[in-house]
Design a protein around this ligand. Structure first.
Ligand code: C2E
Ligand code: CA
Ligand code: CA
Length: 747
């Protein structure tokens, strides 16, 4: 295959440093008839006296080329020279990788031996000598680089720098062309090509004119990729035989494999020259391999190493090119998420989870039409762009993918689990960034598929309530995160007034609002449910606690324990958060406030859902002096039954009962019962949503202690209230509720 007549005809040097190794070799193998040593650049280093240079040098050349081209695999080769002689060539490497040289031995078949000894047996036999030679060659490589070697290294270095300077090129196609152009220039070739069918890469470049017809080029691609799969190593064809003409008539060929990181050959980089051009030699091989390696690294950066799908970045780039080139036709996006992969990861280990991702990616790639682009967006999320495909057709493909994923079964020894996926389908519409928009909408549809029970396909529809909710969530969450980072909230305070007797100490409930982009006030019902779904409640509650402590701390003198109490709402998610309690304690201590200033409102559902944690939370803070209220009481399932387990100070009767109380006797008797029970348990009651004077009187008659609602006072900015409290404190010793607390306008 390889024909390099340049190397072995060189005259051996007068170097005698290898003589002892020659003698050692003969001791180890008496049938030895000659030794020749080449270095890693195929330069003749030493030959034993009996080595006959007229002996077919081609075999040695071929071995050297193989050793040079095959970076790690090639251990050596055995070839029959004539009826009674065999040539064994062994690659000698540093650290198993860098080629230091090739040692070739001519061995005579001894006595009645007809069959040559296997390569491996000979290698074992001569191993001690090879080891000595390896050290000698390594030393030479380190110390004694000849002028020629230096030149080669310089040229290699220059080439690598040339290639890496193109790293920032706009697209892969440009980069690949650049690599091929470097190949053409460095080796004065007629034609260079890069073919990676797996990745839809097919680039070719000619030096001048068009030396090969498109049909011939296609034939060459077909044969060379097939050969690469078989041979798995660099191929050089300098003799244009009948076979070679069939491949790429009539060209000399140098072809290097493009490997997947697993070692699998996925493509070929090939250089072609007319018969009149000089042969491809070892130097050409080195350069071509460097170019192939560079192409491989570009490809690897573009594709996810385990699934072989594109990376998100490459996907966006290539999809952008497809969308730019395509006219007005309809394209679709698929978004895939593997169901409960975390359960597989946790139960069977991450490696099994990874296997599942690879299997799903494989089903996805196999089911998609060839023109589709597919990517691993992140973790267990995959996406695909299907050009010229309506939503309906895309949904049909998605359904096939879903079914194919369902068929995945664990391999032997992996345990027992089921695999399923959710897919969202969305059209690519017209917008500033159609791909990002379509990906987001397909993701929303995919989430809707999860909400609806998993193992499903959902199409994005503008009218779908759950999908709209998801969409809203995603929009809201972005704003919420901004607000959390930039203090984009404010607190309002609503008074809670005693229904009988004098005012006593004033009480207020603190309520959060988000401040919109244009300064508008966004009420909590617009963002808290999204925050809950995205687990942001602990961050929100932390913000409220720290802001409340900060503002109250600034007005310590006017709000001191004797004057007012402020209630802070906490969510169930914060109770779950183990570090939240310590956070509250720290904030309180840092503010220097008497803890009795604060009351915490926990909903009945949150408390009962986290009973133990809630009890610890309450106990710790009550010890310090804080109070607790059970919020939205009556909306939970078995409220009354749990009351004995909770040492709360107040029960807040849910607004829905209060509102109904004037007209619904059942609500009325419920409120009465709660008020009586609370008294027995030494708790006080607060009626929410006291919207009218009629209700206020009703609540008083039913025995409720406090009222909160529009009829008693609306919420106002917390800072404003604190200012007023300060003025009152300074002027009125016997505290009365500020006028504005009752008249503040609703926001
Ligand atoms: P909630 O704890 O039950 O708070 C009382 C809600 O009822 C407040 O709504 C208040 O403005 C409203 N309200 C007061 N009086 C009346 C009335 O007479 N009629 C009617 N229709 N409504 C009245 P807001 O401020 O929109 O808060 C809604 C819910 O958001 C709160 O319900 C609470 O669950 C939650 N929330 C508010 N602020 C916070 C906070 O800082 N942290 C947490 N975790 N949740 C909060
Ligand atoms: Ca509340
Ligand atoms: Ca409430």
């Amino acid at each position: 295959m390889l024909d390099l007549k340049t190397n072995a005809v060189e005259t051996p040097t007068a170097d005698t440093s290898f003589d002892p190794y020659g003698r050692l070799l003969r001791m180890l193998m008496p049938s030895l008839r000659g030794v020749v040593v080449h270095d890693g650049y195929a330069k003749l280093v030493w030959a034993s006296d009996e080595w006959d240079l007229s002996d077919e040098p081609q075999l040695i050349d071929e071995a050297i080329a193989n050793a040079v081209s095959d970076s790690t695999e090639f251990p050596g080769v055995a070839r029959t020279l004539d009826a009674d002689r065999v040539v064994y060539s062994f690659a000698v490497r540093a650290e198993q990788i860098e080629l230091l040289g090739v040692v070739s031995l001519v061995v005579r078949l001894s006595g009645n031996r007809i069959e040559p000894r296997p390569l491996q047996t000979v290698r074992q036999l001569v191993q001690p000598a090879l080891e000595c030679m390896r050290r000698e060659l390594a030393l030479r490589a380190k110390l004694g680089l000849s002028e020629r070697d230096l030149n080669i290294k310089e040229r290699d270095l220059e080439l690598m720098m040339d290639l890496s300077s193109h790293q920032t090129a706009a697209s892969d196609a440009v980069e690949f062309s650049q690599i091929l152009k470097t190949g053409l220039d460095r080796m004065s070739c007629a034609l260079a090509a890069l073919w990676v069918p797996d990745k839809n890469i097919s680039v070719s470049l000619t030096q001048s004119g068009a030396p090969m017809s498109p049909e011939a080029l296609q034939r060459a691609q077909h044969h060379l990729t097939a050969w690469m799969q078989l041979q798995q190593r660099t191929i050089v064809i300098n003799h244009i035989s009948k076979v070679a003409s069939d491949v790429a008539a009539p060209y000399k060929i140098l072809a290097c494999p493009i490997r997947h990181h697993s070692g699998r050959v996925m493509g070929v980089l090939a250089l072609f020259n007319p018969p009149s051009a000089p042969d491809f030699d070892v130097q050409h091989t080195r350069v071509a391999e460097m170019l192939a390696k560079r192409s491989t690294s570009i490809i690897q950066a573009q594709y996810d190493s385990s699934t072989g799908l594109m990376t998100r970045q490459a996907f966006e780039q290539q999809a952008g090119a497809v969308l730019g080139a395509a006219g007005g036709s309809q394209h679709s996006i698929l978004y895939l998420d593997i169901d409960r992969l975390h359960v597989i990861n946790e139960t069977f280990g991450m490696h099994i989870g990874d296997d599942v991702i690879v299997s799903v990616a494989d089903r996805l790639a196999k089911t998609l039409p060839p023109e589709a682009l597919s990517a691993r967006i992140s973790g267990d999320r995959l996406a695909a762009l299907i050009p010229n495909c309506t939503m309906e057709s895309a949904a049909a493909i998605a359904e096939q993918i879903r079914a194919a994923a369902e068929d995945i079964v664990p391999r032997a020894g992996q345990g027992s689990f089921e695999v399923s996926v959710c897919l969202g389908v969305a059209p690519i519409g017209r917008s500033d960034n159609p791909l990002a928009h379509a990906l987001a909408t397909a993701e929303i549809a995919c989430k809707a598929a999860k909400d609806r029970g998993r193992n499903r396909v959902e199409m994005f529809q503008d009218s779908d309530q759950s999908i709209i909710k998801r969409h809203t969530d995603i929009l809201v969450i972005g704003k919420l995160r901004d607000a959390l980072e930039n203090d984009g909230f404010r607190l309002d305070a609503q008074p809670i007034l005693p229904l009988r007797g004098n005012y006593g100490r004033p009480r207020f409930e603190l309520l959060i609002r988000m401040i919109g982009e244009r300064g508008e006030i966004i009420p909590p019902d617009k963002f808290l449910s999204s925050a809950e779904r995205y687990q942001l409640m602990p961050s929100i509650d932390r913000w409220v606690v720290s802001r409340a402590c900060q503002l109250l701390g600034q007005h310590r003198a006017s709000v001191g324990e004797e004057f007012a109490r402020f209630a802070i709402n906490l969510s169930g998610q914060s109770l779950q958060d183990n570090s939240f309690l310590a956070f509250v304690v720290d904030q309180l201590k840092a503010s220097g406030l008497p803890p009795g200033v604060l009351c915490f409102e926990l909903t009945e559902t949150a408390t009962i859902g986290n009973l133990e944690k809630a009890q610890l939370f309450m106990h710790t803070l009550q010890e310090l002096g804080c109070e607790f209220a059970l919020d939205d009481f009556g909306t939970g399932v078995s409220s009354l039954a749990y009351l004995k387990d909770l040492s709360v100070d107040y029960i807040k009767i849910d607004g829905s009962f209060v509102r109904d109380a004037a007209t619904n006797p059942r609500s009325e008797s419920m409120i009465k019962a709660i008020a009586q029970l609370a008294k027995v348990m030494c708790m006080e009651t607060i009626a929410e949503y006291v919207e009218t004077d009629v209700l206020r009187v009703r609540m008083t008659d039913l025995g409720v202690d406090y009222g909160q609602g529009f009829a008693m006072g609306k919420a106002q900015r917390f800072e404003d209230l604190l200012e007023e409290l300060a003025i009152y404190e300074a002027t009125v010793s016997n505290w009365a509720l500020p006028e504005s607390a009752q008249q503040a306008t609703e926001i």
